[in-house]
Design a protein. Structure first.
Length: 154
């Protein structure tokens, strides 16, 4: 299997964090989510936008949560996010899983309806706090997928 080429997190060149996130269950790619995973492999965060009403949503489901329209188009999100919620996982769900680590749920200014979950890396888990500014990056995940994660913006 070839190593996926991943973009580094903005502002933190060379920093992939101290943890290995490849332990876990690979995502099940569907018709609705394949655009997201393809963009992730290029280091880009892409969500769904409704071509009828403009509402954005994540995760992609192929249907607008606002108007039930099905004409969804990819919308790329750039720039900082803000932690909406966070938790620290201490449970070793799998034998090779490194714990503890923080999981954060992140909102993006100008993109209501979109919240993306991922690990917080580059700082101790207990540093995660609601309202903290973060930048999205991608790191190698299970099955060779690039999965979103976050680093403190600064
Ligand atoms: Zn809509």
């Amino acid at each position: 299997m070839s190593e996926p080429t991943l973009a580094e997190a903005p502002g933190r060149p060379g920093d992939r964090g101290t943890m290995d996130a490849t332990t876990g269950i690979p995502p099940a790619v569907t018709e609705e989510t394949e655009t997201f995973w393809a963009a992730a492999r290029e280091g880009r965060l892409v969500v769904e936008g409704c071509s009828s009403c403009g509402a954005e949503s994540f995760p992609p489901r192929g249907i607008c949560r606002s108007c039930r329209g099905r004409a969804m188009i990819p919308v790329e999100i750039a720039g900082r996010g803000v932690i909406y919620s966070c938790t620290v996982n201490y449970q070793r769900w799998l034998p090779d899983l490194e714990v503890p680590y923080a999981i954060v749920l992140v909102e993006f200014p100008g993109h209501p309806g979109v919240r993306v979950a991922g690990r917080l890396r580059g700082c101790p888990p207990e540093a995660a706090a609601i309202g903290m500014a973060v930048e999205v990056g991608f790191e190698p995940g299970p099955g060779g997928f690039a999965i979103p994660s976050f680093v403190a913006a600064g």
